[in-house]
Write a protein that binds this ligand. Structure first.
Ligand code: FAD
Ligand code: SF4
Length: 494
């Protein structure tokens, strides 16, 4: 522990965040960094707890508490405090392959479980991580890491999201020859075509995939496995297959008028925007889709928030976001104690920006859509919405949100974005390998295993655990690589 009294002496500080009026003018990242000296003092706040919950990554009350990668957080924080950036990077690399992604987009399970957060503000572990990895990139410490010896074994990774990339990185380091198949035109999965550019600049992904190519990993984009190439063909070419295709089957809303024009799934919308930005080198955006329109986002979660922030940047005339569940409390409820994940009200960047532009929080809680009205061109022009109340089922004791009679109303809308969650993977990539899905639409495996039970096929990431987080995808990709390596070599050092 670098500074025993650090947590008493220094307040939590984080990098400057551009004001909403400034940041909505572009799709660039808007979260700045502290100076090196300031960042070191943040490292000094870590108490190096005997039981560091920050790195535990255990499930409590059905939710993860602490880092699923088990990053060596107290040690890294100590090295940050001492300004030993290279050692901090080496420590971080022991458990993590892509800190540049999580230090931008992770909701920081580590900080939610930090002991310092019990009676005050947690250690700024996420920004410390970002400072370490950006120092490492700036100082040439992040190398391609090409193996000195090749094993002669081959692996195909299907899907280039964080799970596929992490597995490819690990398998390649071990000496196996890895090819990544991706149906999109660019690698990255939802890092690329889900999470908007202002949260994760796409040059950050390119910087990493360039290194991966240098290390010998082959990327084949625009190849849709199960459609352009069969499982049988791939099994004849590779010793092991990893299915890491994500959980991209969106939950639809079955209401009248759903077939109207101007209603899109959130990820299709977000992908189109990012693709237009990248294709034009940020000179054009699909403004005409949104400019001057009344936007309705169905779904109050993080994906919905990304739609709100994107719509604001594209000049929406107004944005409303519907959330079925009641508004969460401002602070932890008694039945949600530390170090559980805090179920508290979070106002994210998009909601802040919408409040700045339109004078109110875009969210309407305890509400859902019951139908859409079309204009003469068959485009959506209004949405019928209704308020909901929690109702307990007498027999099962389960709560559900039910419509309150008499609260129906119609609101004008001309663009609807459905961000109502996901129903597992799309299925055909699993099917071509004869791999079974469970009732939730995810690939079925034995608990703790990444092996699908079919041939030489493994699985990882959202396709395995359902729509989750980047940090879980990376943890799963690393674990799948370990199990694949063991099955190829009879032992593993990964
Ligand atoms: C809009 C949005 C915002 C999010 N924001 C955050 C965030 O801020 N922080 C966070 O931690 N998590 C966030 N998430 C969740 C996170 O992005 C995912 O949990 C994570 O990307 C899952 O990684 P993955 O590698 O399993 O799958 P994905 O990232 O979904 O990647 C799967 C890849 O497989 C490809 N693929 C699918 N089928 C085939 C096929 N047949 N052949 C070839 N390729 C195929 C897909 O095109 C895709 O590129 C967000 C999710 C969404 C939808
Ligand atoms: S829980 Fe917080 S204070 Fe304790 S070791 Fe982890 S980061 Fe440091």
């Amino acid at each position: 522990m670098g500074k025993p009294t650090g947590f008493l002496e220094y307040e939590r500080e984080t990098g400057p965040i551009a004001a909403p009026e400034e940041r909505i003018r572009s799709f660039r990242e808007f979260h700045g960094s502290l100076s090196e000296q300031q960042q070191r003092l943040q490292g000094a706040r870590c108490m190096e707890c005997g039981v560091p919950f920050c790195q535990a990554g255990v499930m409590i009350a059905g939710m993860a508490s602490g880092c699923p990668l088990h990053n060596l957080i107290p040690e890294i924080n100590d090295l940050v405090y001492r300004g030993r950036w290279e050692q901090a990077y080496i420590r971080l690399s022991k458990t993590h392959c892509f800190p540049e992604f999580t230090s931008r987009v992770c909701p920081a399970l580590c900080e939610a479980a930090c002991t310092c957060g019990l009676h005050g503000d947690p250690v700024s572990t996420k920004e410390n991580e970002r400072a370490v990895i950006e120092y490492a990139f700036a100082n040439g410490l992040v190398k391609a890491d090409a193996p000195k010896v090749r094993t002669g074994k081959t692996a195909a990774v299907i899907g280039s999201g964080p799970a596929g990339l992490a597995a490819a990185w690990q398998l390649n380091r071990r000496g196996h020859s890895v090819t990544v198949y991706e149906r999109n035109d660019r690698p990255g999965g939802l890092l690329r075509y889900g999470i908007p550019n202002m949260k994760l600049e796409k040059s950050v992904i390119d910087r990493r995939t360039r290194l991966m190519e240098e290390a010998g990993i082959r990327f084949l984009c625009n190849v849709d496995v199960g459609k352009d190439i069969s499982g049988e063909e791939l099994l004849s070419q590779y010793d092991r297959i990893l299915l890491a295709c994500g959980a991209s089957r969106p939950r639809d809303i079955a209401v009248s008028g759903r077939d109207a024009g101007g209603i899109y799934f959130a990820v299709d919308f977000l992908k189109n925007v990012t693709k237009a930005l990248l294709d034009s080198d940020f000179k054009q955006n699909p403004e005409k889709l949104v400019k001057g329109r009344q936007v309705l986002v169905v779904g109050g979660g993080d994906t919905g928030n990304d739609c709100v922030g994107t719509a604001v940047r594209l000049g929406a005339a107004g944005v409303i976001q519907l959330e079925m569940m009641p508004k969460p409390p401002e602070t932890r409820a008694l039945n949600n104690p530390w170090p559980e994940w805090p179920k508290v009200l979070k106002t994210d960047y998009g909601q802040e920006e919408a409040a700045h532009c339109f004078g109110h929080d875009p969210r309407i809680y305890q509400a859902t859509v019951t139908g859409f009205r079309k204009n003469k061109s068959k485009d959506v022009c209004a949405a019928q919405i209704v308020s909901l109340a929690p109702v307990r089922d007498e027999k099962t004791g389960r709560m559900s949100m039910e419509p309150i009679p008499g609260t129906e109303k119609e609101i004008p809308v001309d663009l609807v974005l459905i961000a109502a969650g996901f129903l597992g993977c799309e299925g055909y990539a699993a099917e071509t390998f004869g791999v079974k899905l469970n009732a939730k639409g995810n690939v079925e495996t034995a608990p703790g295993s990444c092996y699908t039970g079919s041939g030489r096929v493994f699985t990882a990431g959202d396709m395995h655990r359902g729509q989750s987080l980047v940090v879980w995808a990376i943890a799963e990709g690393r674990e799948a690589a370990r199990q694949m390596d063991e099955s190829l070599m009879g032992y593993t050092g990964l």
